[in-house]
Design a protein around this ligand. Structure first.
Ligand code: ATP
Length: 285
């Protein structure tokens, strides 16, 4: 298995579904595989004590898409991910419909949350050993799966290193490998690259897109919370703009760029105009 940084050759063709015309009128041109729903959020509201956080949020995440969620700090983006995960329940509204089994949803947080006393490979294996995978796979199969994802994120040479012996970017790669080890079809990511320097961040942006497109993984749909407009445009098919709290979906922006994405695309007029459009909307919020 090649490391993710060299997987460009095995990228699954997403261009058919995501090659939108430069004018941005992509709604009708997206491929059929993007039209079925992976997650449906129907008119969900949520209040913490006296603070109303989400106010009638409705959103359909399409199967096969890369969706980013942008919005002001504290508006409820992480809360929305926790609703999808079933860690919170809406106190009003229709609810959340998952169109895949819950165990097919993986999560990556801003901080890698690795066990400092466990090596890279042990950290990846941990959820397999305590989660539903334990009953489904033998110890040897779980180890093999963990080794495979470690290789997938390009860190096979660091399998016996402890978290404190790894850089921040490497630790986040381990967290991504840990999420992928359970073979999710949907990955929820809460500011996964927010704590990284710009260079590492851009590198991991592209690596994640390669993983998403790699046909050897089951990963199909990604929902990523981010504070970076550039990152959201570089990576996403659609960007959900949330309003300030009590939050609602204020707009959904279709990104007029084809896949596979490359860092150099950030110089394209379509990239720059989308960033400008979103920046204008953020100012107006
Ligand atoms: N368990 C909780 N109990 C009470 N209030 C909470 C709880 N979790 C979140 N909140 C509040 O809900 C609001 C939304 O929080 P959330 O973390 O979802 O925002 P966010 O948009 O992800 O913020 P940021 O962009 O700064 O990470 C905040 O006002 C926060 O204080």
């Amino acid at each position: 298995m090649a490391a993710i940084s060299s997987l460009a050759g095995s990228v699954r063709e997403r261009a058919a579904g995501a090659a939108f015309d430069a004018g941005g009128s992509a709604g009708a041109s997206s491929g059929a595989h993007l039209q079925t729903s992976a997650i449906s959020i129907q008119n969900c509201s949520l209040t913490f004590g006296s603070v109303r956080v989400l106010n009638g949020v409705s959103l359909d995440v399409r199967s096969g898409e890369f969706m980013s969620i942008l919005g002001p700090s504290g508006c409820g983006k992480s809360t929305l991910l926790r609703l999808i995960l079933g860690l919170l329940r809406p106190d009003q509204g229709g609810g959340i419909t998952l169109h895949v089994p819950r165990e097919e949803i993986g999560i990556v947080f801003q901080k890698p949350v690795l066990m400092p006393w466990q090596t890279a490979i042990q950290n990846i294996e941990l959820p397999l050993n305590i989660g539903p995978q334990r009953a489904k796979q033998s110890k040897a199969e779980r180890r093999e799966r963990a080794e495979w994802t470690l290789e997938l994120v390009g860190l096979a040479d660091f399998r016996n290193h402890y978290p404190q012996q790894l850089s921040g970017g490497m630790q986040q790669r381990i967290a991504i490998a840990r999420a992928l080890a359970a073979n999710p079809s949907i990955l929820l990511m809460d500011e996964p690259f927010g704590a990284l320097d710009e260079f590492t961040r851009e590198k991991l942006n592209i690596e994640l897109l390669r993983l998403w497109a790699n046909p050897d993984t089951k990963l199909n749909t990604v929902v990523m919370v981010t504070h970076s407009i550039q990152e959201s445009v570089l990576m996403s098919d659609r960007i959900v703009m949330m309003s300030p709290r009590p939050a609602n979906v204020s707009d959904i922006v279709q990104v007029p760029l084809a896949h596979p994405r490359e860092a150099e695309m950030q110089e394209l007029p379509a990239f720059l105009s989308t960033v400008r459009e979103i920046r204008k909307q953020v100012k107006a919020l």
